[in-house]
Design a binder for this molecule. Structure first.
Ligand SMILES: [Fe+2]
Ligand SMILES: [Fe+2]
Length: 139
């Protein structure tokens, strides 16, 4: 495992975050009516978290000597609220897995403080998933 492997992994995380900012902003616009109101609020709030994650990863990748990606990961565009939430839950769960894997990689490379921060990001994504599951229960 090398620093280049970590940079590659963090750039995949960054592409996912950029995609999530766009996906949540797009979906918030598509949340119509009373049923969509709470999801719209949640997506607007979480998009700000994801933007913060993207900014953090950009700084870390540069600090490690890498070039941060500006290309978002592509995403599906379901139209009904339940399908939107299910898609987001699956992608948040994937983000948690990826952050924990990259936290391990950071630890192996002797970067314990980065390990902690990546675990913190994993916890943020798990929190997003928890909020989404609450909304899913009401549909
Ligand atoms: Fe995120
Ligand atoms: Fe998230």
């Amino acid at each position: 495992m090398t620093t280049q492997d970590l940079i590659k992994g963090l750039n995949e995380d960054l592409a996912a975050e950029l995609g999530t900012v766009i996906r949540y902003t797009y979906q918030a616009g598509k949340c119509f009516g009373l049923l969509g109101a709470e999801l719209r609020d949640l997506l607007g709030k979480d998009a700000q978290d994801e933007l913060g994650h993207a900014a953090f990863l950009t700084d870390v990748i540069l600090d490690l000597g890498g070039e941060p990606t500006t290309t978002p990961k592509p995403f599906e565009k379901p139209t009904d609220l339940k399908a939107m939430i299910e898609l987001n839950l699956a992608m948040e769960a994937q983000d948690v897995k990826n952050y924990l894997a990259h936290a391990n990689l950071a630890e192996q490379l002797g970067l314990p403080e980065l390990k902690l921060k990546l675990e913190d990001l994993a916890a943020d994504e798990a929190g997003h998933a928890r909020e989404l599951r609450r909304l899913l229960k009401g549909l």
